[in-house]
Design a protein around this ligand. Sequence first.
Ligand code: ZN
Length: 181
Amino acid sequence: MKPLQPYRIPFSGLKTGKHQFEYEIDHLFFDQFVYSIVKNGRLRAAVELEKQETFIILQFHIFGEIELNCDRCLANYFHKIDIKERLIVKFGEDKNWDDDTEEVIVLTKNDYEIDVSLPLYEYITVAVPYVTRCEDVEGVSSCDQEMMNKLKTLSNKAHKQSKDDAMDPRWDALKQIINKN
Ligand SMILES: [Zn+2]
């Protein structure tokens, strides 16, 4: 069975009304999305599918932790997320839909299943914070201090190196040669 197969919900065989689906999302899920910025997680997703005659409402509740990489100390850490989203699925022939404010996906009358892996992936990706930092515990940074010190030393060395290079007269001579050509 393909890893994303369980995420395809065959709605055509479902009765009208509400149906619940549960998923565990971990690295096997993210492995299926080559460009995913999230590579690992410990998440659960509850998906409620409400089937009506002419449309379907999907309610998503995704909660748990995603593994991120700290911008500051480069360590991996787990970041809690809790997302609730709603998605409307309508069918191509239904032209009476006039609500543009909702997120809507359109299926044709021939479709018999909905793949919820892509919306799940998108909601999780959007939940990744712009700045990824180890979380502070009681006001104290939980960053890897040893790593921070190493990075600081490296950055100082690199800075000193570039200063030394700038003062080396051989670079000026070389620059002049390059500029002449
Ligand atoms: Zn950190």
